[in-house]
Ligand binder design. Structure first.
Ligand code: PMP
Length: 412
């Protein structure tokens, strides 16, 4: 069957923007379906990195010379672009971090350490990435707080009734993934934020997967924190964002001490810089942040709606074609989901399938996807995960499914 793709996408020209796609792997044209792990980078991002290092590399904020000013302007430009990209109220509410993991650790340490007390509760869901579990466990242990888990149903969804049953007057922090990296499920984070606020708790949204696949409007979601990674939205690795509401960020203590985060230092007393710099100790990842702007612009130029429509069509087609495979079991069949298709096949170990697909030039991810408690919930060790991006095609999915059918035939 053929599925209509979003007409506004010129897939051939988009593919030309990504030089890495034009190669053979194991003698076969590369089919890259590991986008939930990291996306490929368009030329504009790669060139921005190279341009920074070849023409204006300098440390930022403190230098008065021309290169330092140019680097500072480029770095701060990315902050402005991101303010718009996530619709933050103020540019100072955008903090640069190493990525989602770093952003969540920042909140767990800088907010959790100051405001959590013995017996307080932190609420997460059963589908969280380890990055949105372990930092909370660590701070909960330190402060004597308790981690509460919202359950996941068979389709890989959470229910608002369960959220209401889990969040209570002891809840201080609710931290939920916007789009699950293992299941694709898009969670009703706006509604969950409302429930959190009704109980005077703060709400963090793990937006690692959402930033390139979902509309992100932090004011509309009314979340208190939003964490995301550059490398999952066509940007470089090692850079990301923490959004926080000004009033809350101002109440928090710094996460790390060092240069840039201070106002004045003496051996008797140090005073701290204003937000966002209070949370950006040391020389940041300047080059990658500078190039991250190009990633956001790349998404804006194609249009989030167009990207989402294209990916939705790919995902529907993948589900339909994969259903032809005998013994296939899908994990994550939520009504609202991003372009992640996770499955097992009876009698075929995910690692075997992954290796045999690699021999055909197809890159998928196999394993627990850093969501071990979720895998345990489903009673499995891991899945085969194909995750699609704007540059993937229906033909690639057809080749993938046909290749899987050949693999399955070898095991039967
Ligand atoms: N949360 C989710 C949902 C993710 O998919 C990931 C990355 N797989 C992370 C958090 C962590 O992101 P990073 O490794 O970029 O910090």
């Amino acid at each position: 069957m053929s599925v209509a793709l979003a007409s506004n996408i010129d897939i051939n020209s988009i593919r030309k923007d990504f030089p890495i796609l034009d190669q053979k792997v194991n003698g076969k044209p590369l089919i890259y379906f590991d986008n939930a792990a990291t996306t490929q980078k368009p030329k504009s991002v790669i060139e921005a990195l190279s341009e920074y290092y070849s023409s204006y590399n300098a440390n930022i904020h403190r230098g008065l010379h021309t290169l330092a000013e140019k680097a500072t302007t480029a770095f701060e430009d990315t902050r402005k672009v991101f303010q718009k990209f996530i619709n933050a109220n103020e540019v100072e509410e955008v903090i640069f971090t190493k990525g989602t993991t770093d952003s969540i650790n920042l909140v767990a340490n800088a907010y959790g350490r100051k405001f959590l007390e013995k017996g307080d509760e932190i609420v997460i869901t059963a589908m969280e990435h380890h990055s949105n579990i372990v930092p909370w466990q660590m701070i909960a242990e330190e402060k004597g707080a308790v981690l509460k888990i919202i359950p996941v149903n068979k389709k890989g969804e959470i229910s608002l009734d369960d959220v209401k049953a889990t969040v209570n007057k002891n809840t201080k922090i609710v931290s939920v993934v916007y789009a699950s990296n293992s299941l694709g499920t898009v969670n009703p984070v706006k509604e969950i934020a409302k429930i959190a606020h009704d109980h005077d708790a703060v709400m963090l949204v793990d937006g690692a997967q959402a930033s390139s696949h979902c509309i992100v409007d932090v004011q509309d979601l009314d979340c208190d924190f939003y964490a995301t990674s550059g490398h999952k939205m066509y940007g470089p690795t090692g850079c990301g964002i923490l959004y926080g509401k000004r009033a809350i960020l101002e109440e928090m203590n710094p996460y790390q001490g060092g240069g840039e985060m201070i106002n004045n230092v003496s051996f008797e007393k140090t005073t701290y810089n204003d937000i966002p710099y209070k949370f950006e100790a040391g020389t940041p990842n300047i080059a990658d942040v500078v190039a991250l702007k190009k990633a956001a612009e790349y998404i804006n130029n194609i249009g989030k709606d167009n990207i989402m429509a294209h990916e939705k069509a790919l995902t529907a087609h993948a589900h339909e074609r994969l259903s032809e495979i005998p013994g296939i079991n899908f994990y994550g069949t939520a009504d609202d989901k991003v372009s992640v298709v996770s499955f097992t096949i009876d009698n075929v170990h995910p690692y075997d399938a992954g290796l045999m697909l690699d021999a055909k030039g197809i890159a998928v991810r196999t394993g627990h996807h850093c969501t071990q408690p979720l895998m345990e919930h489903f009673g499995i060790d891991g899945t085969i995960r194909a995750s699609f991006s704007v540059y993937n095609t229906i033909d690639e999915i057809d080749f993938f499914v046909d290749s899987l059918k050949d693999i399955v035939a070898k095991f039967s």
